[in-house]
Design a protein around this ligand. Structure first.
Ligand code: 13P
Ligand code: SF4
Length: 356
């Protein structure tokens, strides 16, 4: 077994490699990976779900591309036997929690998230115990154990709506993203305390460079993800989830839009509004090379293919933990505003028939 497919035990989530697992470097570079992945998708009745931050070639062959809420809903409703999750580990875990009888694979099990890593479950349990009167509202970018300690899960697309609908007389403990939490506090005026976590990608945008970019493009609106710090959000004309940013830039009459989120979303923007110009919000050095999620980019076409061949790396969750994490996730789905029709992006290029 090659080194990069060695079975790993990550806290609370066992992700074994399959018996025939081989390294992606062993994949024959001459095979047509698109055709092979498509064959496996049909043969194994698999659905390929991809986040907007995935590499464009993965987005194009996925059955569905969406934000974390869209993808959770899709995973909960699918009739496929196998969910191939092209995103990061917490997203694949959510798919397994919501659809325990399905095989859930993740092309690279090291695809973590800085927000999840900022919030170790044992430390979080102590923080929660110190604030017994608070409602625990946890961002979906967290581990299954942290979710299990929470009252309700939120994503960037439903956080404000859910917080507004929580009992007004109770304070809120929000984790792990302090920027999203503070944004929700500014929007709702709720009494909130925060875990000190941040996304390494969205934390890198520079207010100073953004102000300079806006001065050069005074008619361009700014669309930003709420994981950005306040210095960016205060200049934004639209703040929302990846999908809402996509909808905004496509629907807005401006022909140039400044975008403050991970750069792979530009792929769908260019496909949906080919005549428009999308400018990346800059990092401190005046470029946007920082806006690349190093976890998302671990997933490649070769690893995606291997994960379908081997049905591994696979997400498995202890049943007690799954049931504990399921409760606040179900609460989120129950409290979320209804999905608009066609809210996720169905791949137009993918050759496979969606099993979901
Ligand atoms: P969305 O919920 O907007 O897809 O965001 C997920 C994420 O990880 C952003 O960094
Ligand atoms: Fe996590 Fe940030 Fe990557 Fe999203 S962009 S998966 S929050 S590290």
């Amino acid at each position: 077994m090659a080194a990069d497919m060695t079975p790993l035990i990550v806290p609370d989530t066992v992700i074994p490699a399959g018996p025939e697992a081989t390294s992606w470097t062993d994949v024959d570079p001459t095979i047509d990976l698109w055709a092979e992945i498509d064959r496996l998708r049909k043969e194994k009745n698999a659905v390929i779900l991809a986040h907007y931050y995935q590499d464009p070639e993965i987005q194009d062959l996925a059955d569905f591309v969406g934000d974390s809420l869209d993808l959770s809903r899709k995973a909960a409703a699918t009739e496929a036997d196998m969910i191939v999750f092209c995103g990061v580990r917490f997203m694949a875990e959510v798919a397994k929690i919501l659809s325990p009888t399905k095989t859930v694979v993740l092309p690279d099990l090291d695809a973590g998230c800085s927000l999840e890593e900022s919030c170790p479950p044992d430390d979080f349990a102590k923080f929660v115990a110190q604030h017994p009167d608070h409602i625990v509202v946890t961002y979906i970018n967290s581990s299954a154990r942290v979710k299990a300690l929470s009252d309700v899960i939120v994503t960037s697309s439903n956080a404000e709506h859910i917080v507004r609908n929580l009992p007004a007389d109770r304070p809120i403990l929000f984790a792990p993203d302090k920027h999203l939490g503070s944004y929700i506090q500014r929007q709702t005026g709720r009494d909130m305390i925060f875990w000190d976590g941040a996304c390494i990608v969205h934390d890198m945008f520079s207010e100073r460079e953004l102000v300079k970019l806006k001065a050069r493009h005074p008619d361009a609106p700014v669309a930003a993800h709420p994981e950005c710090h306040e210095g960016i959000l205060k200049h934004a004309d639209h703040v929302g989830s990846t999908r809402s940013i996509l909808d905004y830039v496509v629907e807005h009459p401006a022909d140039t839009v400044i975008v403050a989120t991970e750069q792979h979303i530009f792929h769908q923007m260019q496909k949906s509004a080919p005549g428009k110009t999308f400018l990346a919000a800059p990092g401190a050095d005046g470029t946007c090379n920082c806006a690349n999620c190093p976890y998302m980019e671990l997933n490649t076409l070769e690893k995606l293919y291997l994960s379908m061949v081997n049905e591994a790396p696979r997400v498995e969750i202890n049943e007690d933990l799954r049931l504990q994490a399921l409760k606040p996730l179900e609460k989120m789905l129950e409290m979320s505003p209804p999905a608009k029709a066609n809210q996720e992006t169905k791949s137009q290029n993918g050759k496979g028939k969606a099993a979901a």
